[in-house]
Structure formats: C-alpha cells, structure tokens
Ligand binder design. Structure first.
Ligand code: GLC
Length: 538
C-alpha cells in the first residue's frame, strides 16, 4: 500500500529488522534460517510492517556472525540456499512486503577467495584490493589505529612481511575502495542481488569504507579514561568519515539507481551535522543514513526534544528523515527505558517524521537476556570481556509462544543463544490474545499509522513543552480534509500537565486504554508513562 502517491515505499513504510540466526529455526539446528523467516511472513504482514531487512545471510566463517562474508553472491548453508532465498523474496513480494539485504562493503572474511589471493604474494593482482603496509621503522604496526573490537587494527601477514588493516576483527580485513577493479567487483555484487529483485540494501558501516591515504596516526581522545571501551582511546579521525567516502557512496547509488524503486540505507554512527552529509550532495548519497539518536541518547525528554529539533533543522531539502529504536548492536529498548516507557518509545518511533526501523522482538517488549560466561558467542565480548560491550543479550531467539524453546526451535534443540526466562508470558502467541499487551499496542499503532498518512508522510511541528513531556503535531497537507494529530508523551513516571490554549480533540490511541475516546480541550494531565495520539478538531 502506498500511503501517498508522492512518496516512495521506503519513505512511508516501516522497516523491520530480522536477525536471521535468531528469528525462527525451521531445520532443527538451533540457528534461525530462511525457511524460518518464510514461515513467519504472515506474522509480519499481520503486524503491518512494509519491509524486512535481513542481517547477513551469506557464506561466512561466522567470526562476526555473518558480518565476515566469504562469498557475497550465495547463501550460507546454515540459512538455506539461493532457491530458498528466491522463494522468500517471491513470497515477500506476493504479500506486498519489500526485502532489504545487508551489504557489507568495509571488509570481507579473511577466508574470502579475494583475500586468500591477495595475501598470497605482494604482486598478486588482488593484493591492492586490501590495505597493506610495511611494519613501522623498527618493527610493529604501521601506526596507532585500533580495532573497534579491541587491540590493534593491524595484523602481520608473516609470509609477505606486511600488515593488513582491519577496522574490526583480524578475520575481517578491510577492502580498498580506492582500487577501481575492487569497486567494480563490489558494484557487481549489488547488481547480482538487484537483478534477483531485492528492494534495497542496508549498508554496513558505510562511513568507514575509506581510510586516510597518508595513514596518519589518530589523535588521542582527551576524554578517554581507563575502563572505557578501549577503542575510544583515540579519535577515529583518520579511519572513518573521510571526505573521499562520499564519492564512493555516489558510485553505489548510481548502481542502485539503475533499478527502479530501490533504496540504500547507510549505517552511520556520527553526530547529526556529519550524519546528514551522507545524503550526498543533491541526494547522490544514500537514501537514508540511519538516525540512531533514539538509541544513543539518554532517555530524557529535554534531550530528545532538542535532538528532534536539531535533526529536523539539519536535514537537507532532499533528505528524508528516519528513526531507529533498536538493532543487533545495542541494548534493547525495553532494557534501556523499562517496559512502560517502551510503549512511549514505540509512539515516538512510529509518529515522528521519517521512516521507522523496528528491531525484531521489540514489539513484544523483549529485553536483554543475561548471558553466562560459558554462553558467550559475540567476538566483541570475547575480545573485551566484562565491560558490558557484548551484543549477545539483544540477539537472543525471538519468542513466539510459551513452549520450552519459545517456538523458536523444537523443544529438544539447543538454541545458539539462551531463551529469555520470561518467554512463557512475553511471546507473540500470548500477547496476541491480550488486548493490553505491548504487541497489541504496537499493532494498533501501526494500523493507525497506515490509516492516517499524516502520521507517516505528513507535516511535523514541535510544540513548546517542558519537563518530561514531548509534544508535536502531524498534519496531512495533501489530504483534502486536512487531518491533524497531536502527539503528547510523558517520559516521566509522575503526572505531567500539558496545556495549549485553543486545541480540542479526541484521544484515538493511548498507552492507557481508559483514555481512548475521551474528548479533551485546552489541557490534559498525563499520568506517568502515558502517551496520547489525539485527533484534533478543526
Ligand atoms: C556493523 C554491524 C555489526 C558488525 C560490524 C562489523 O556495525 O552492525 O554487527 O559487527 O559492523 O561488520
């Protein structure tokens, strides 16, 4: 369904991230797979999302759970086959769902045939597809660049005596986008999937893909203190967000633009003013650089009000906004803000101006699952243990029903990560039958958003409020009846009074069902954790 003729599907629609290892295990090995995703498409359609983004499903030694790709143009046997993929894509399209793949252009696996060739000799034609340097004078790594996952970003390749650069694990050598053959090979990867019919890509760490060509040392971070993430000892000035990156992204964009109605979404963790540069000059960059502010900022109404205003002001005229509440790299929203506030977060995500991206399981209020030391899977946690950096807690299996493995896998199977202890109550089946559940709330919110274009593609204006409140109006400029909606959210746990002269309307949806249908005029006192969507009368 197109919410508006003037908008593309990726502007009006809702994106739902599936972490395939953890969504649904159809073949009984404890790891989710494509047949599992296929089996749950009816659920996603019922929920009302528009597009599914799959984290990597390609062949991979799984050093970083698929973000170490050893073949960009095939499917890992754990997940299925290319035939399974084609079937999944066809079934998505039959249901009106779009399918977005994860494209990992910063690095390959060290087992990728390109790297095996490249490391075989200094004169191999693929040598320059990766980033090689001689040791520093006197030995050791060529400069002070650090890996995001702990330790130096350089590993010595003994046979040829040079170091290769890896922004992440040593099993993830960075590729050299300055090399024209490499560029063409990566463009052909995009074409391979676009030809099969995929609707777009989420591009992994897109802001990292070019490094300083002079290999200058990164400056020390004056705010770094022992005990912090060791990667932050230096500022990533020379390894990320380099000016040359935009030209490379515009090359990717040209490839995607060879096909109609496709989209590029970039993973970019940068301050807003830098982030918006990734729309590219005149829109030659990605369609949407992910806006992670609802993940990275403290859950404070004043801070979020300010962030929304700064974001709206910083967007270029051709930049379509977007919001993200969770992903496979960050603690879950329910754990960060608590379950009552998770509903408030859902309203923000689904009624702010811009495309929302949801993370699987957030719609049932899944929280981070504690991982015992002997259950740890994430290489980040293994490299930098005990600092709370591990990402396993937010990657645990989806909770489908109250059965022992939560319906993710058959009961006799051991899932690759543990199932949450509260899955007997926090699961899709139980919550579908409960009108007061967070899942029922999400669904009604999504249905309302689908029915009222003002809430997705309409105009936005902030209302001046203080304290724990956030308030704004969404208007449907295109609609002849000009519908207007007021959204008021209480991010605090105590009552908060909202008063704006001259407004009257009826509550369409609330975190507190007793409020729904109520007429309000002039002012309203919200209880703690209360949020309202009000249809304004004209
Ligand atoms: C991105 C991915 C993350 C991965 C990293 C390296 O940040 O989201 O999961 O570990 O890139 O590919």
């Amino acid at each position: 369904m197109k919410a508006s003729n003037k908008h593309e599907w990726w502007q009006s629609g809702i994106v739902y991230q599936v972490y395939p290892r953890s969504f649904m295990d159809a073949n009984g090995d404890g790891v989710g797979d494509l047949q599992g995703v296929l089996a749950k498409l009816d659920y996603l359609q019922w929920l009302g999302v528009d597009a599914v983004w799959l984290s990597p499903i390609y062949p991979s030694p799984m050093a970083d759970f698929g973000y170490d790709v050893s073949d960009y143009c095939d499917i890992h046997p754990l997940f299925g086959t290319l035939q399974d993929f084609d079937r999944l894509l066809a079934e998505c399209h039959r249901r009106g769902l779009k399918l977005i793949l994860d494209f990992v252009p910063n690095h390959t696996s060290d087992q990728h045939p390109w790297f095996l060739e490249a490391k075989s000799s200094k004169t191999n034609p693929k040598r320059d597809w990766y980033i090689w340097r001689d040791p520093a004078p006197g030995g050791g790594p060529p400069n002070n660049w650090l890996s995001n996952f702990g330790g130096p970003a350089w590993t010595l390749e003994k046979e040829t005596g040079q170091y290769y650069f890896h922004a992440f694990l040593r099993e993830q050598p960075d590729i050299n986008w300055r090399n024209p053959q490499l560029r063409e090979a990566m463009h052909n990867v995009l074409r391979f999937w676009l030809d099969r019919g995929v609707d777009g890509f989420r591009v992994d760490v897109i802001y990292h893909i070019v490094k300083d060509d002079q290999f200058r040392d990164n400056p020390r971070n004056p705010e770094y203190k022992p005990g912090m993430n060791p990667h932050h000892e230096f500022l990533a000035v020379y390894i990320a967000d380099r000016p040359e990156v935009h030209d490379i992204i515009s090359g990717m964009r040209k490839v995607v633009d060879e096909y109609p109605e496709r989209t590029l979404v970039g993973e970019v963790y940068l301050p807003i003013e830098r982030l918006v540069m990734y729309y590219g000059e005149g829109g030659a960059g990605v369609h949407m650089p992910f806006n992670f502010q609802l993940i990275t900022l403290p859950w404070s109404a004043a801070i979020i009000r300010d962030a929304i205003a700064r974001y709206e002001a910083a967007l270029p005229s051709y930049g379509w906004p977007n919001w993200v509440l969770g992903n496979h790299d960050n603690p879950r929203i329910a754990s960060r803000v608590g379950r009552p506030q998770a509903k408030i977060a859902a309203i923000l995500l689904l009624t702010l101006r811009g495309t929302p991206t949801m993370y699987y399981g957030d719609e049932i209020g899944m929280h981070d699952v504690p991982i015992a030391p002997d259950q740890v899977q994430d290489p980040f946690e293994k490299n930098v243990p005990g600092m709370g950096l591990g990402r396993d807690p937010e990657r645990t299996p989806m909770q489908w029903d109250p059965s022992p493995n939560a319906g993710f896998a058959q009961p006799q199977v051991r899932p690759w990560l543990p199932i949450a202890a509260d899955s007997t109550t926090v699961n899709v089946e139980t919550q579908r039958g409960d009108t007061g559940s967070i899942l029922s709330f999400y669904r009604r919110l999504i249905m309302l958003r689908r029915a009222k274009p003002a809430l997705s593609v309409g105009g936005y204006s902030a209302l001046p409020v203080e304290g724990n409140l956030i308030a704004y109006v969404r208007t449907d400029a295109e609609c002849s009846d000009g519908e207007c909606f007021l959204i008021v959210l209480n991010l605090g746990m105590t009552d908060a009074r909202f008063a704006v002269e001259d407004f009257r309307g009826r509550v369409l949806l609330s975190t507190h069902p007793d409020r729904e249908g109520q007429a309000i005029a002039g002012d309203v006192t919200l209880r703690g954790n209360e949020g309202l969507i009000v249809e304004l009368s004209r």
